[in-house]
Design a protein around this ligand. Structure first.
Ligand SMILES: NC(=O)c1ccc[n+]([C@@H]2O[C@H](COP(=O)([O-])OP(=O)(O)OC[C@H]3O[C@@H](n4cnc5c(N)ncnc54)[C@H](O)[C@@H]3O)[C@@H](O)[C@H]2O)c1
Length: 329
């Protein structure tokens, strides 16, 4: 079994990664975070010995009993930590987004290839049971030929980071890079690409509605795929929040998932409610897939190039909004 070292002991590690490691029985041999209370919290949850809780992640990278590093730091730090991890020849599990620029992403891909290690980007919603059910039904023809996805994630605020660090970092340009499209719309885009094929062109309207936000807090995008269209809406500025629906329309039917209630509706001649699996992050499935592939010497399920491509679509949406010109991706 792979031995993991965690870099960045924040909220997603506490709420998403730790439960997955526990369920899978993965041993976390070391962790790193500059904030002592975060090291204590995650270290205690996972039983990591106190001498193996580091303030400086570079000390963790020097440990021989760490096979895979799990990078879960704020966006701006991804590039540096990824480059250092590759240099130390560790396999890497990296939270999304891979980086905040394509130039940085290319450097990471080169470093990873040069080191001969595997990199897996956290496209965890691909492994979320309700989204897997939607994909399976579409692939089995439950709605005929899919041609349109409407994915709405209009929220009233961003997801706070851990209180002991900087809960507002997502709204700060220097540390987050960009706002709700990069942070939340990111997942909708790889999910849509998995159903409707590669994105060909992008148009978007991106804006900042709340003055306390340095990054965009509203993004509306239209993605033209090989096999259909996605209409994507994400926000951190909508009072009360929206309905959080995920809908796939096909030539013969419709699937409509409420990400608020978990209710999944299927239309084919008549509406029927289906039993949808309870919501979960999808980390257990992703981690299990990555680690078993590593053990078999197989490539990562979400390689760096896939993270780079998703980033490229998002950066094109920003460019489309800035210029008012549809972008070919
Ligand atoms: N895949 C998903 O579904 C999902 C969900 C939420 C967050 N995320 C991603 O996880 C990452 C972290 O988000 P979060 O919400 O947990 O943030 P957070 O603020 O709660 O946690 C970040 C942690 O990183 C630590 N940190 C900061 N600089 C560091 C450094 N140089 N070295 C080591 N640790 C450092 C902070 O002290 C903090 O504990 C982001 O990339 C975010 O996009 C992914």
């Amino acid at each position: 079994m792979m031995r993991v070292g965690i870099i960045g002991c924040g909220r997603i590690v506490e709420e998403g990664h730790v439960p997955a490691y526990r369920e899978l029985g993965v041993t976390v041999t070391a962790l790193a975070d500059p904030v002592e209370r975060r090291r204590e919290k995650i270290g205690d949850m996972l039983g990591v010995p106190s001498e193996r809780r580091f303030a400086d992640y570079k000390l963790l990278l020097g440990q021989s009993d760490v096979d895979v590093v799990d990078i879960a730091v704020p966006h701006f730090h991804h590039h540096k930590v990824l480059m250092d991890a590759a240099q130390c020849k560790k396999h890497i599990l990296c939270e999304k987004p891979l980086t905040t620029s394509l130039r940085q992403a290319d450097q990471v891909l080169d470093a990873v290839a040069g080191a001969g290690v595997q990199l897996c980007v956290a496209h965890n919603y691909l492994y979320q049971p309700s989204m897997q059910l939607v994909r399976k039904m579409v692939q089995q023809g439950a709605i005929g030929e899919p041609f349109l996805i409407r994915t709405e994630g209009l929220g009233g605020s961003h997801w706070d980071g851990a209180p002991e660090f900087n809960p507002e970092w997502r709204t700060q340009r220097a540390i987050a890079g960009f706002g709700c499209l990069l942070d939340n719309g990111y997942h909708d885009i790889y999910l849509a690409r998995a159903l409707l094929g590669e994105v060909k062109t992008v148009t978007a309207a991106v804006s900042t509605e709340r003055e306390e936000h340095e990054v965009e807090d509203l993004a509306l995008a239209l993605l033209q795929h090989e096999f259909g269209t996605t209409s994507l809406q994400v926000s951190w500025a909508v009072s009360g929040g929206g309905q959080w629906v995920y809908e796939v329309y096909g030539s013969e039917g419709t699937l409509s998932l409420s990400r608020k209630s978990g209710k999944l509706m299927h239309y084919r001649g008549e509406w029927k409610e289906l039993k949808a699996p309870p919501w979960e992050w999808g980390f257990k499935g992703l981690f299990s897939d990555f680690f078993s592939r590593l053990q078999r010497g197989e490539p990562s399920p979400v390689p760096g190039a896939e993270g780079r491509r998703n980033l490229e679509v998002i950066l094109s949406a920003y460019e489309a909004s800035r210029t008012g010109v549809r972008q070919t991706v």
